[in-house]
Ligand binder design. Structure first.
Ligand SMILES: NC(=O)c1ccc[n+]([C@@H]2O[C@H](COP(=O)([O-])OP(=O)(O)OC[C@H]3O[C@@H](n4cnc5c(N)ncnc54)[C@H](OP(=O)(O)O)[C@@H]3O)[C@@H](O)[C@H]2O)c1
Length: 264
């Protein structure tokens, strides 16, 4: 069996979505540290400009473009232009995502749909830009940032958990085909990482990781290959184990752990 493609800086560009903050920002910098020329996209142009400046002293470099992942047309146009001026994208980290704590009551369908629009729709728009052109070139590497929250429905996260479950299952399904197209498809399932997204949480975050450690772990995973990149291993294994339990046992354990009222 031949090893799947692993992108190298001399092959072309890396692209990171949601690169203005948190995990995307950290990973874009780490890729530039490892010699990649990185296209960083997000909506906040000022934050992206600061990122470009921060990367100036690194072995690689960062170029930035203002792109909303839900704007499929703009994203496609941007990638078309970048590939003409800078060369092919050989590694993409589809990372942009949003999270709000949500409840069963009052139920907020508008926020629910927005989470799916960005977390799932944004990744689909990225795949739409990448899969055909990488297939035509016979090589490419794509990593989708999901979450351990996609392993099982977590409390106060009906939209977030289900959007991440959708990404994991989407990646599993695509992977069955992408191997034979020469494309290395990976899914990244982080536990809690200290970023503006998790700063919203007022509950305990077991095994919380520092951003730089997470970014290094993700880039090591790109180099290593393999389908899933998940960390920290303790939280990942606990949640995978909980998924195997009978539902009533899981619901009762999680209500107790989070202080939610028990079943009447
Ligand atoms: N932090 C964690 O513990 C954790 C754990 C597991 C998975 N994750 C996943 O990691 C990813 C990044 O999260 P983070 O913690 O780094 O959060 P963050 O600091 O809030 O960063 C989110 C990034 O996504 C971008 N973004 C949001 N909406 C966008 C849109 N419509 N179009 C383009 N970019 C958009 C934001 O940039 P702009 O606002 O400038 O557009 C920002 O750069 C998310 O997919 C998240 O679900 C995080």
């Amino acid at each position: 069996m031949t090893a799947l493609y692993r992108a190298q800086p001399q092959d072309g560009l890396a692209w990171v979505t949601g690169a203005s903050s948190g995990i995307g920002r950290g990973t874009a910098l780490e890729l530039a540290r490892r010699g990649f020329r990185v296209l960083a996209t997000a909506r906040s142009i000022e934050a992206l400009e600061t990122l470009v400046e921060e990367a100036a002293a690194l072995p690689g470099s960062i170029i930035a473009r203002c792109v909303d992942v839900t704007d499929a047309e703009l994203q496609k146009r941007t990638i078309d232009e970048i590939e003409v001026s800078e060369g092919p994208i050989v590694l993409a980290f589809l990372n942009a995502g949003i999270y709000w704590p949500m409840r069963a009551h009052p139920f907020d369908a508008t926020s629910f749909k927005k989470v799916f629009d960005v977390n799932v729709g944004g990744v689909v728009n990225g795949l739409d830009v990448l899969l055909d052109r990488m297939t035509a070139r016979g090589r490419g590497q794509i990593a989708i940032n999901a979450s351990v929250a996609g392993y099982i429905g977590l409390p106060r996260a009906p939209a977030y958990s289900s959007s991440k479950a959708a990404l994991i299952v989407m990646a599993e399904s695509l992977k069955i085909e992408t191997d034979s197209l020469g494309i290395t498809l990976q899914v990244v399932n982080p536990g809690f990482v200290k970023t503006p997204l998790t700063d919203k949480n007022d509950h305990p975050m077991p095994f919380l990781m520092e951003l730089d450690d997470a970014a290094r772990f993700i880039c090591d995973g790109f180099q290593r290959g393999g389908f899933e990149i998940t960390f920290p291993w303790q939280l990942s294994r606990i949640l995978k184990f909980l998924r195997l339990l009978p539902y009533e046992t899981y619901f009762s354990l999680i209500r107790k752990a989070t202080g939610l009222p028990p079943k009447p």
